[in-house]
Ligand binder design. Structure first.
Ligand SMILES: N[C@@H](CCC(=O)N[C@@H](CS)C(=O)NCC(=O)O)C(=O)O
Length: 226
């Protein structure tokens, strides 16, 4: 099974925090060591992308196990809840992408400074997840005619509803989604952009100038910049 998987190892530039710099140095001098983290997800951005961005931002070396659709049926039965992504660390394995992002947000120092700040980050992240869930309902609709109508409605109502409010949040928060500074909510949002763009088109998102500036800023960060 393992041989059929396409695996990427990431070792990227570290960022500001000294601990992260240390971590990066370790990975530079011991590149052959097995990465401490393994992300298992499909070979597409999806729910794996925010996790990848957080690893890259923090300079955390991880194994990016990319599962092909044709291999999924075999693997599905071996997963805790029949779904991906999964994160493996120290012989343990967990599911749930948002929980994984929250954990990584703390690891790479992009979490809140107290419980209230964490709540503010979580609220934005859950709102982004709400938008994603509404889009998923449309994407999964099998009836072609109904799907077309649902998509038209979503583009007219749901998408502007959420994006205009998220855009206003960024304007209010000094160019970020929460707390007036970079948090894991920003990387979570940008990790969702491939899915959002596929559904609504890049032009739609670009109309929300504060969100667009945020996306560009995240893509320019050391570690994330291609
Ligand atoms: N709440 C879960 C949802 C996970 C989920 O829906 N995963 C999808 C891919 S995005 C999946 O594994 N689909 C394959 C299947 O259900 O067989 C999370 O955020 O991790």
């Amino acid at each position: 099974m393992q041989r059929q998987l396409f695996v990427r190892f990431h070792s990227v530039a570290a960022i500001n925090a000294p601990t992260l710099a240390k971590r990066h140095l370790l990975s530079k001098f011991f590149p052959k060591m097995a990465p401490p983290y393994k992300l298992i997800y499909f070979d597409k951005p999806g729910r794996g992308e925010p996790i990848r961005l957080l690893f890259k931002y923090g300079g955390v070396v991880f194994e990016d196990v990319l599962i092909k659709r044709e291999d999924w049926a075999q693997l599905k039965q071996k997963t805790p809840f029949g779904q991906l992504p999964l994160l493996e660390h120290n012989g343990k394995r967990v599911n749930q992408s948002v929980s994984i992002c929250r954990y990584l947000g703390k690891l790479v120092k992009l979490a809140g400074k107290d419980d209230w700040e964490d709540l503010e980050i979580d609220a934005v992240v859950d709102t982004i997840t709400d938008l994603r869930a509404k889009i998923t309902i449309v994407r999964l609709e099998k009836n072609v005619a109904l799907k077309k109508t649902m998509k038209e409605e979503a583009l007219k109502e749901t998408v502007p509803f959420y994006l205009s409010r998220l855009d206003a949040l960024v304007q209010k928060n000094n160019g970020f989604l929460a707390l007036g500074r970079l948090t894991w909510a920003d990387l979570y949002f940008v990790g969702k952009i491939p899915i959002f763009s596929e559904f609504m088109g890049e032009d739609t998102i670009a109309k929300y100038t504060n969100l667009k500036a945020l996306i560009d800023k995240i893509h320019a960060l050391p570690g994330i910049k291609k």
